[in-house]
Design a protein around this ligand. Structure first.
Ligand SMILES: [Zn+2]
Length: 433
């Protein structure tokens, strides 16, 4: 891939204890080689490409720890409904008609949106995941992919076989950008015996698990009625947390649940927009953080959340933490940015190579233009990035050392084709085609 130089950025490295610094970033192949002021970059460094950051903000690429990318096809199709009728009456019937091609192009729509708003890595759960993987590879994106498994459905066993085949075919593909996990959908859609089978397979193959957990109050009531314990305690008992686990939502938790998540090292994907829009509630972010649980941000699918712009999730996570605690100092701008960077990396088990601008780390970087009225002046750069910036301020996106987006142009994807396919396929799916 060669050498890339990002010149004269105002770097928010997100490295603990490090202040913003003005300087260069040298990238060799897919990793950061050096960061800093003049002299930090080795003399023999001869970049084949230079990105002039011109003093604008450079941050680690944002990490979306929970999504259903192909659901971009259903954005705005079924808004303003509670989770269960939304799923069973509106979403599931349309999803039953989806083809692999629909999923490929729908995922393309999501990746166009994610890249242009600064997301460089996402954790996805859906079906036809081989087609999702293909789009990820084509886009040059980084992703953690899992075949969604509804254990209680007639095709539960077949879906698990597909999930395992996905790992066989795609683990480590795209020059290491693709990681495969197993994706049992939720405690209420997967019976205990099925979850135990998934755990056994994950242990055997060394795979992580991505699952929805404690999303609604109703889920908690149902699992307690059926199994006599909370959804979190239920999954712990079944061994789900004995493998690296990523739990999405975790809205309805008690102190014992939080203790289990902390002790077992479960990563939590906090989806503030989706949880509010579906009326599910507000996850106890501060209590999770105080207990030492790794927390990242997730958008959830565009059918529930409407936009994949993680800057929106960053803001809302901060506002909710302040509003629910009654303490505006309880959660600051830098901590909010950490959720989308170092937090996301920790949740995905990659704290040692993702989510920071640091030598040896993967070169997933974004440049945010600050030459905008709403980003002027710059009293506090963390505040600017967390509270004032939007995805629309992203100028340049680098994933694994490759510039995939700059100046409004995509360098790996055919924007017009994807938009066209997205429009016609979405219309056909909901019966307007
Ligand atoms: Zn979800």
């Amino acid at each position: 891939m060669g050498d890339l130089l990002i010149r004269e950025g105002t770097i928010l490295s997100m490295v603990a204890g490090e202040e913003p610094l003005r300087g260069d970033i040298a990238v060799r192949d897919d990793r950061i080689l050096a960061v800093g002021v003049a002299g930090a970059v080795p003399a023999d460094f001869r970049p084949s490409r230079t990105v002039e950051a011109g003093g604008h903000l450079v941050l680690p690429g944002l990490i979306n720890t929970h999504s259903h990318a192909a659901m971009n096809l259903l954005r705005g199709y079924a808004d303003d409904l509670p989770l269960m009728p939304w799923l069973t009456e509106r979403i599931f019937p349309v999803e039953a008609r989806l083809t692999g091609d629909d999923v490929y192009w729908g995922t393309g729509l999501a990746i166009l949106e994610m890249i242009a708003s600064g997301t460089t890595c996402f954790a996805d759960m859906y079906f036809f995941m081989d087609r999702v993987a293909q789009m990820v590879e084509d886009a040059g994106m980084r992703a953690f992919l899992s075949r969604g498994l509804i254990g209680g459905a007639p095709n539960g066993a077949e879906a698990l076989a597909e999930g395992l085949a996905l790992a066989e075919a795609w683990q480590g593909r795209g020059d290491g950008r693709i990681t495969v996990m197993l994706g049992p959908h939720a405690p209420y859609t997967c019976p205990p015996a099925y979850l135990e089978r998934v755990v056994a397979a994950a242990q055997e193959l060394g795979l992580g698990i991505h699952i929805h957990l404690a999303e609604t109050a109703g889920e908690g009531e149902e699992i307690r009625r059926l199994y006599g314990r909370s959804p979190v305690a239920h999954l712990e008992r079944l061994g789900v947390f004995d493998v690296p686990a990523l739990a999405a939502h975790c809205v309805h938790l008690d102190a014992a649940d939080i203790g289990i998540l902390a002790e077992k090292g479960v990563g939590v994907a906090h989806n503030p927009v989706s949880n509010l829009k579906l009326g599910s509630g507000i996850a106890p972010l501060l209590a999770l953080r105080r207990a030492g649980v790794a927390v990242g941000l997730g958008s959830d699918g565009a059918a529930s959340t409407n936009t994949l712009d993680l800057f929106q999730e960053i803001k809302l996570a901060a506002w909710l933490a302040k509003g629910t605690s009654g303490d505006p100092a309880a959660f600051g701008a830098r901590q909010a940015l950490e959720l989308a960077t170092v937090g996301g990396a920790a949740v995905l088990g990659r704290a040692g190579e993702l989510g920071q601008v640091r030598p040896g780390f993967l070169a997933d970087l974004i440049v945010l233009s600050t030459d905008r009225p709403h980003l002027t002046p710059a009293h506090d750069l963390y505040s600017l990035a967390a509270y004032a910036a939007t995805g629309g301020d992203v100028e340049t996106v680098i994933i694994a050392g490759r510039v995939v987006y700059s100046g409004g142009e995509y360098h790996t994807l055919d924007r017009e084709r994807i938009l066209r396919e997205g429009r016609t396929r979405a219309a056909a799916l909901v019966g307007n085609g």
